[in-house]
Design a binder for this molecule. Structure first.
Ligand SMILES: Cc1cc2nc3c(=O)[nH]c(=O)nc-3n(C[C@H](O)[C@H](O)[C@H](O)COP(=O)(O)OP(=O)(O)OC[C@H]3O[C@@H](n4cnc5c(N)ncnc54)[C@H](O)[C@@H]3O)c2cc1C
Length: 301
């Protein structure tokens, strides 16, 4: 790593100045994606998705964001605002997040193992933009957005606009992902992950759903409509809009969840990779959609 400088800005202003003035910067938060990626590229082994994992050793500057004041979790105007350097463990231990975003907690509790969760951040999971990122389906159905900042000001992006492909986001080189805005959960929710092991493994496929039922009918009201998102089954997380449309106004029966699963399988466009085949992922898209809808119905408000 000779010729590489590590910077540890102590404030957001200092961080943004570094991003504005330094060439060839790699931002690091928990390092749990970045550091293994450097090693993999050094050994010239590939990643599952084309164009992903090609960052390699930073040429000049690593900027660590953990001391720049991006460590808050707070509630504001019906949202939870999460600083980009907040770790997964801090989120899982937050009384606010546990009370107001149980779906996000469920998804994060399936991520990696304790040691990784102690350093990995939600901002890093989003910025990494892996189609298999376990926080992402929950953030999509919750309608989350992110704020990027540079010396020229801040920009807001819906999560599904922000992530444009494997490893690709709308962030400019002089910007940092500053915070994540997660609307407080109103519907019942569930997350399901299929991996090759129980922990410390990336998803073969994952799904998050939100659903509200009134008088035995799946509603589309002020609580929001039914929402279904599937990860690791396309270049980005996929919202299953046809399945959602089908379910609105229907009874929450096993048969209707089965049909919704069929729509979900039609919506995804998975590939073969080291973790699974496209064929299996398509089949499982249907299965986990059905299971997640049933699980959400049984969950506490
Ligand atoms: C053993 C192991 C198990 C894992 N298991 C899982 C799993 O089950 N599920 C899962 O989803 N992931 C898993 N991961 C991947 C990883 O832990 C997560 O994606 C994690 O959230 C990344 O966060 P980080 O803070 O470590 O990111 P970093 O490695 O620090 O950064 C990741 C990328 O995002 C960029 N970045 C980070 N923060 C910002 C920011 N604020 N602004 C702009 N760019 C930024 C970095 O430059 C880098 O390109 C695992 C990793 C390991 C090593």
């Amino acid at each position: 790593m000779s010729g590489v400088s590590v910077h540890t800005p102590g404030s957001l202003a200092e961080l943004l100045n570094l991003l504005a003035n330094l060439p060839n910067v790699s931002i690091v938060a928990g390092g749990s994606d970045l550091v293994p990626r450097m090693t993999r590229n050094k050994n010239n082994t590939g990643m599952a998705f084309p164009g992903f994992g090609r960052e390699g050793l930073p040429e000049k500057n690593i900027v660590y964001i953990g001391s720049a004041g991006l460590n808050d979790i707070r509630e504001s105007d019906g949202n939870i605002i999460i600083g980009a350097a907040v770790t997964i463990t801090e989120l899982l231990e937050s009384a606010l997040v546990r009370a107001k975003s149980p779906l996000l907690v469920e998804a994060l509790s399936e991520m990696a193992g304790l040691t990784i969760r102690n350093t990995a951040t939600l901002g890093g999971n989003i910025s990494n933009a892996s189609p298999a990122g376990d926080s992402l389906p929950a953030l999509y159905v919750l309608g989350a957005s992110v704020v990027t900042a540079s010396v020229n000001g801040s920009r807001n992006h819906r999560i599904d606009d922000y992530i444009s492909g494997p490893g690709k986001t709308a962030r400019n080189a002089d910007e940092v992902l500053k915070e994540i805005i997660v609307p407080i959960q109103k519907q019942k929710g569930a997350f399901i992950k299929m991996g090759r092991r129980k922990t410390e493994t990336l998803s073969i496929i994952n799904a998050a759903v939100l659903i509200d039922v009134q008088d035995d009918v799946i509603t589309n009201n002020e609580l929001g409509s039914v929402r279904i998102a599937i990860g690791a089954a396309g270049p980005t997380v996929i919202r299953c809009l046809a399945a959602e449309d089908f379910l609105c106004g229907k009874e929450p029966t096993e048969e209707n969840f089965e049909i919704a699963g069929t729509y979900a399988a039609e919506a995804v466009s998975p590939i073969d990779d080291v973790r699974s085949t496209a064929w299996y992922r398509k089949r499982m898209a249907s299965v986990i959609t059905k299971r997640a809808l049933a699980k959400a119905l049984q969950s506490a408000e």
